[in-house]
Every structure is written in C-alpha cells, then in structure tokens.
Design a protein around this ligand. Structure first.
Ligand SMILES: [Zn+2]
Length: 453
C-alpha cells in the first residue's frame, strides 16, 4: 500500500471509525516535547488532579483508597501530595478488578491481559483515550527515528497471544496500515528462511519486537548464510524486554550497522519511555507521573529503585502509583536534542532478571548469563533458581562444538559468583520451553520473585 494513502486516508479513517483521537494527541505531543520541564510539570499536575478527582468520583476502589489515606485531590498543591497513597500492586488489581473500572466510560472498555513479570496472568482494561495516547506516544518516538505513520513496519513478535483473536481482521488491518506481523513464538532454524523471505519481500522501514526474538532470528539467519542486501530497514525498535548490549550489537551488525533503539513499557503500564537520537531515554512526561521508589519512599536522585507509574490518560481503569516491578534510575539534566522530557536510565532488569545468592545478595542475572554464553556451542539456554543454593540449567547445544569440560566450566563459574555451596544441575535438552507470554527469559528466579512479594 502506498505510504501516503495509509497516512492521509486509511489510518485517519480507521481511528475515526473506532473513536480514537490518536492524531490530535500526536499533534499535541509533537508540540509538548519542546516545552520546558517546568511547563510540563505544570501540565502533569493539572492532568493528575483531574484524573484523581475523576477516580474518586467514578472508581469505587480509589474512592475507598483515598478515604482510607485521608487524601482529597481537590486540595492538592503539588504532585507530591498524592504520594501518600499506597502504591497499586498486581495483587490489588487481581483482587479488585471490578472495582477498578469506570463502567460509564465513553467508548467502552477493552479487556487485555499479560503474563506479568511473575508469570501469573494479569487482567486489566483500557479505554479509547488511553489507547490513543499510547499509540500517539509510539508514533511520536518513531518519528524521532524517521519512521512515520504509513511507513512499512514489521513486527517480529514473540507472543502467541497476538495471533489468537480476530486473526483475519487484524491481518487485513495490518495490510491497510502497512504493518506486518510475523509471529515468531517458536523460532527454529527451519522457520528462518520463510521469515527471511517475508522480511525481504515486505522490505520494511523498521522492525519492532522483542530483542531476544530479533537477536535469535539474526543469529540463525547468519548461520544459514542469509544476508539482507539493499534493504530499506533504517532502525530496529526493541521493546518489552531488557535490551542487552550484546543483542544491540548483533542485531545492528546483521542489518548493516543501523541503530537499535530501546523503548520501555509494558502492556499494562503503557508506552513509558524511549530513546531519542542522542540515545537519551526520554520519559513520556505528558502522559505519566513516573517515580523511582526505594523501600517505600522516593529514591535519592541518581539512585536505583522500582519504577512506579501513574498513567495520566488511563481513565477507564486508572493505574495510580502502579508498581511495575522494574528497576531504573532517573536521569539528570537537559538532553542535547533539546526536548524538555525528563529521562531515565535503562531498565536494569525485571525482578526475574536477578538471582539471590546464598548470602543474600541480589545479583544481576547477567553475571551468570555471561558464564553460559561464553561456552562454545551453546545455542540456547535457560536458568532456573529454585532455591538460593539450587540452580537448574537447561542447555541446547551444538554437540560438535560444545567442549568436554563445558559443564564443569559452568558449575565453576556459577560457584565463583554465587558461592561455593551452590548446587548446579545441567540438563541437555532439544528444546527450551517458552513462557506463556512468549517472551524469552534467560533466568527465572523463584527466590527473587518471592523476595518481591
Ligand atoms: Zn533527547
């Protein structure tokens, strides 16, 4: 489909039919990105107060919660005032789902779900306004990298959930909006030539997806001698997982040195931050109040803590001080690009991307990921921490390359980092089971999950 037809006719028509104001919100964000931090703070305060007044009036869960905390949104003086409210946890959402909805929401509510970082499903609702703001934020940040509405976009998605419902409608809509989705839930060397051929034929301007999935595709394609030449792909947008440096490098190399850009968000949290051309991760300030919280209070500037977000445009089901379970720092100072949006560090890892050592240290999972990755012939792996001293490693290897002392090296490496008493069980497998969400996690620590509850 011709780009201009999509951009000027089909996309606006689609949004109008379903009642979304994506394009007017996009115009608003285009202007707001150049405003001063002070002006943005003022805007956030106004939006927050309106959201909270609405939540108290129309959403039973928050009416109760505000009353319990003695909080009155009508009398707020600054954004800080609402931080006396307890954060919203996934458990709160599970227990109070019906009471978290605004049943009279104009345009209706749309049900979504996610596997969540603990692997337990979370059900929640979006309204049209929130969908439109999330879509506008996404379109804005794509423009930062020269990709506009109507440009051909390829989704290399790890999730089987995407393809279940309304497959045919979605496929038609994707064609009309110049978006193609390749479901790569179970990516195997056998599938790679077909994915490669489809990618080449569609010739997208950008690729969007999970870094683990895209990285895996690139490495398998390279192994099979499948090189992309004369393609138009200008940028790869990484989402939903931590983008590791080695992935950024290998994906960039495969596509001929193009930028691989990190965005942070989640299905329930929305489109929270994205890298600008200066590689600063800007927070979508007009749409969020973002806090970094440590032990229940605001982390000191520059210190790490859990990301807690309030989505200022989620009125159908408000997320007020929602605990994401992700860890980051706030950034400091103005970005060279000139945008007024604040910034944050890379998300250091999901809660599940940490392991806890027998002496109680929370260690980034990369420390043990590197041990396994360093061994020749390892094609895929997954590490489970069942207890502080009990590690299980599933390994899929190329038997010709995997060294005779491979297992010993893994065990020695883990003991060096975690302590001499750690028990490491290594199992050779032909397939690594995926998580229900379709995301690939290298490390799943039941101990770390327990620690966050
Ligand atoms: Zn910037």
């Amino acid at each position: 489909m011709h780009k201009a037809i999509v951009k000027q006719i089909l996309f606006p028509l689609h949004e109008k039919i379903i009642g979304r104001k994506t394009l007017s919100f996009l115009k608003e964000l285009e202007a707001l990105q150049w405003e001063s931090p002070e002006r943005l703070e003022q805007l956030r305060f106004e939006k927050l107060r309106k959201l909270l007044v609405h939540a108290r009036k129309n959403v039973p869960f928050y009416a109760r919660r505000f009353a319990d905390a003695g909080f009155d949104p009508e009398h707020m003086h600054s954004i800080d005032d609402f931080k006396i409210l307890p954060p919203l946890t996934k458990a709160d959402i599970r227990r109070n789902l019906e009471d978290l909805k605004w049943n009279a929401c104009p345009g209706g509510l749309f049900r979504y779900n996610t596997g969540g970082s603990t692997g337990e499903p979370l059900i929640f609702y979006f309204d049209r306004r929130r969908q439109a703001y999330d879509a506008a934020a996404r379109a804005l940040t794509h423009r930062w990298w020269g990709v506009d509405i109507g440009d051909r976009e390829l989704y290399l998605w790890g999730s089987p959930l995407e393809m279940k419902k309304q497959d045919r409608i979605k496929t038609l809509r994707d064609t009309l909006t110049n978006q193609v989705l390749i479901s790569a839930f179970e990516i195997s060397p056998q599938q790679v030539p077909a994915i490669f051929a489809r990618m080449k034929k569609f010739n997208p301007k950008c690729i969007f997806g999970y870094p683990s999935t895209i990285d895996l595709f690139c490495r398998m394609a390279l192994n099979q001698g499948l090189h992309l030449k004369n393609h138009e792909i200008q940028v790869v947008f990484s989402t939903a997982e931590v983008l590791y440096d080695h992935q950024r490098q290998s994906i960039s190399d495969y596509f001929g040195g193009i930028p691989v850009v990190d965005g942070y968000g989640s299905r329930e949290g929305g489109f929270i931050s994205h890298e600008c051309p200066e590689h600063t991760r800007h927070v979508m300030d007009p749409n969020y109040v973002l806090e970094i919280v440590n032990d229940g209070s605001a982390a000191e500037p520059g210190k790490e803590g859990e990301i807690v977000v309030t989505h200022l445009d989620a009125w159908g089901m408000p997320f007020i001080r929602y605990r994401t379970g992700d860890i980051a720092r706030m950034g400091a100072g103005q970005c060279k690009c000139g945008r007024g949006f604040s910034s944050m560090s890379a998300v250091r890892g999901r809660a599940t991307d940490f392991i806890i050592t027998p002496d109680g240290r929370w260690q980034h999972a990369l420390s043990i990921i590197y041990v396994v990755r360093d061994i020749e012939g390892v094609e895929e792996f997954k590490i489970f921490q069942h207890d502080v001293d009990d590690i299980q490693v599933l390994l899929r290897t190329d038997k010709d390359l995997y060294p005779a002392d491979g297992n010993e090296r893994i065990i020695a490496g883990f003991r060096k980092r975690m302590g001499p008493d750690v028990r490491v069980r290594i199992e050779m497998v032909t397939e690594i089971p995926k998580e229900a969400s379709g995301k690939h996690r290298y490390v799943v620590s039941k101990v770390a999950q327990q620690g966050l509850k």
